[in-house]
Unconditional design. Structure first.
Lengths: 315, 349
């Protein structure tokens, strides 16, 4: 127990928490934007995969890291547009279309990766984002390593949250997005096109998810592996419920989750002798289910979530 | 653009829609084939030949179709009641775990009893894997999509633990695999010089039984009613929670069956790569069949053909076999659109 407590005192633990949280923050915020507009996006797992692959491939082919991020976001938005074509314009089942998008996006990622790099036994690597040295702050004893030894992309992930909060709660666009998910008839009455608002939200949310996937290949690691998303997208869907559709809580939820995950890795070294490692690996998934159970009673989901909007039809 | 409901839909349209959709998916995917530099006819020809071109190919395709039929049925039954069970992969492994537990020497019976026993315990284990999601959905309104999905990862890690720990076969030369199923429990081959086993017949019978249940019994009626409109079903005196529980047990049980056919029919022992995503592919099978139990038989064979054919195609011509997954995903999305078009008409205005 003493050992477990000491983990919290190491800067490495906090640095790892922040690293693990980043893709979850972007995925959760992306999914949250889609659901706030009334569209469940189960394509997230595949969109994160395609983001991880396309951003990495852009850099591997000689592109620049930042344009690689833009490219990943662009590809993610394309799959978002496909999802909204099916769910927003054609009104198809959001569950089934989302699963279809996940299947399509991941299989296309694997196919493209294999086509461009036919026979690679060891995964090829890129030069990922490097930690930046903040003068003064990075040299602080504990906080320097824990908070100020990260890559620019890491700070970007955290900076996106206040931007999304501002847009969602303080701008007309954000109001339209939230209303599209609560009462589409009401904004239709204001002369705003519900379908356009929803499509835009799904595309933007999907772009964020894709960048979240790209964080893994371009900042956390330097290579693309086939199973690398490994359920992170599904965990984000659970985190949105845990956050009861609030971006601020989503950030906290992702950090809490990442902290427990970082703790799990370190606890393995302490208790790994008595408890098989598979049980530690189960923890993130068990925690996601537990998180949903805890928040389920208080969850206030967007009223029009899963309900397709057809002009002139009453809901 | 506007969608207008059709007043009536002809049977021909409903039958033609999936076929046209799959044609469209093949056309879309041929862009990828062109990129590889191979000719489209050669590639699809190799795929077709690999899937159905010889007696051996047909046997391989039907062997692959067996678990897909069962996981496809699992998804079809659940989705009919709008119970989004995405956890067939985990339930399959639960079925396989139960078959391994009972089938590797714990009990020895005559094959006529032993094989049914394995299927019963496999189905129970598969259904039990859904107990938690159903409980959470009915009592706490926790979304079953995420719980069933996440349980897949948990169950797979548990299987991993058993195979690397207590259940590892000491005779397996260090490979993470369980002890073999005893001879009495192994499903007999139904075609000489092939791997095709009794599981196929069981899968087809299951499909017919599910169809009869869904079509002609009160249970089936209640399941369809809950899926079409849960509120109306409640007013009609149907217990929604009871129906969902029943659906979950049937769905999980069918996925458990798939685990039994793979362990006791195909492999003979439990491994970590027992299922290359049969649970997820089952969703595609069910969607291609428009959730019709008899349609599942056809669409499972079709999907198995794509997977088996793509493997042999990637050996014949230089195309990565991931094209199979692209084809399947594109087919699912195209069929989804085409089935919508059987109920709505597009008005360009």
């Amino acid at each position: 127990m003493i050992d477990l407590f000491e983990i919290f005192l190491t800067a490495g633990f906090w640095a790892a928490t922040i690293r693990i949280a980043c893709p979850l923050i972007l995925g959760t915020i992306g999914e949250l934007i889609c659901e706030r507009a009334g569209v469940l996006n189960l394509g997230i797992e595949g969109i994160m995969t395609v983001g991880a692959m396309s951003g990495w491939m852009w850099v591997y082919q000689g592109g620049d890291l930042w344009t690689g991020l833009v490219f990943a976001a662009f590809v993610g938005a394309l799959f978002g547009l496909l999802h909204s074509l099916f769910t927003v314009y054609l009104g198809l089942s959001q569950h089934v279309s989302g699963i279809g998008i996940t299947m399509l996006a991941s299989s296309l990622s694997f196919f493209v990766f294999r086509m461009m790099l036919p026979s690679s036994t060891t995964p090829p690597k890129i030069v990922p984002f490097k930690p930046i040295h903040v003068p003064g702050l990075s040299d602080l004893p504990f906080f320097g390593e824990a908070l100020f030894s990260h890559t620019p992309m890491t700070y970007l992930c955290f900076a996106i949250v206040p931007v999304v909060i501002y847009v969602l709660y303080r701008t007309p666009v954000g109001l339209a997005v939230r209303m599209a998910g609560e009462s589409p008839m009401a904004i239709e009455a204001q002369g705003i096109n519900v379908l356009t608002v929803r499509t835009g939200a799904v595309a933007a949310g999907s772009a964020l998810m894709a960048v979240g996937g790209a964080y893994l290949t371009m900042s956390a690691f330097d290579a693309f592996y086939f199973g690398m998303i490994n359920g992170r997208g599904w965990i984000c869907v659970a985190l949105v419920i845990f956050a009861s559709w609030r971006p601020g809580k989503a950030l906290l939820g992702a950090l809490l989750f990442a902290g427990l995950d970082a703790l799990q890795v370190r606890a393995q070294q302490v208790a790994g002798a008595f408890i098989p490692y598979q049980f530690f690996l189960m923890l993130p998934y068990v925690l996601s289910i537990a998180a949903m159970v805890i928040m389920a009673r208080r969850a206030r989901y967007p009223k029009a979530l899963l309900v397709p909007f057809r002009r002139g039809e009453r809901i | 653009m506007r969608l207008e409901p059709r007043e009536s839909t002809s049977v021909w349209l409903v039958l033609a829609a999936p076929i046209l959709a799959i044609g469209a998916a093949l056309m879309l995917s041929s862009g990828l084939v062109l990129w590889t530099g191979e000719s489209i006819t050669a590639a699809y020809g190799a795929l077709l030949k690999g899937a159905f071109g010889s007696r051996f190919a047909v046997a391989e395709t039907l062997t692959r179709a067996t678990p897909l039929m069962l996981t496809g049925l699992a998804a079809a039954v659940a989705f009919r009641a709008k119970f989004w069970n995405i956890g067939a992969e985990g339930q399959l492994y639960c079925g396989a775990l139960a078959a391994t537990y009972f089938g590797t020497g714990l009990i020895t019976l005559h094959p006529l009893l032993m094989i049914p026993l394995l299927f019963v315990v496999g189905a129970l284990a598969g259904g039990a894997a859904l107990a938690l999601p159903v409980y959470l959905k009915s009592k706490l309104k926790v979304d079953e999509v995420v719980t069933t999905l996440l349980l897949n990862f948990i169950i797979l890690l548990f299987v991993n633990y058993l195979l690397e720990g207590p259940w590892r076969d000491p005779m397996s030369m260090g490979w993470p695999q369980a002890a073999p199923i005893i001879d009495e429990g192994v499903l007999p081959r139904i075609m000489a010089k092939s791997r095709l086993h009794l599981g196929l017949i069981i899968a087809v019978i299951s499909a017919v039984l599910i169809w009869l249940t869904m079509r002609f019994t009160v249970w089936g009626y209640e399941i369809r009613a809950v899926g079409n409109n849960a509120t109306a079903a409640t007013f009609a005196g149907i217990s929604v929670n009871g129906t969902v529980l029943r659906v979950a047990l049937i769905s999980g049980g069918l996925a458990g069956f798939a685990g039994v056919t793979e362990v006791a029919g195909l492999k003979g022992y439990l491994t970590l790569d027992l299922s290359p995503g049969f649970g997820y592919a089952g969703i595609a099978v069910a969607m291609l069949a428009n959730l019709h139990p008899l349609g599942v038989i056809v669409s499972a064979i079709f999907l198995a053909g794509i997977y088996v054919g793509a493997d042999s195609m990637s050996r014949a011509v230089n195309i990565p076999n991931y094209i199979a997954d692209v084809l399947v995903a594109a087919s699912v999305l195209c069929v989804l659109v085409s089935l919508m078009l059987t109920q709505y008409r597009v008005k360009w205005r």
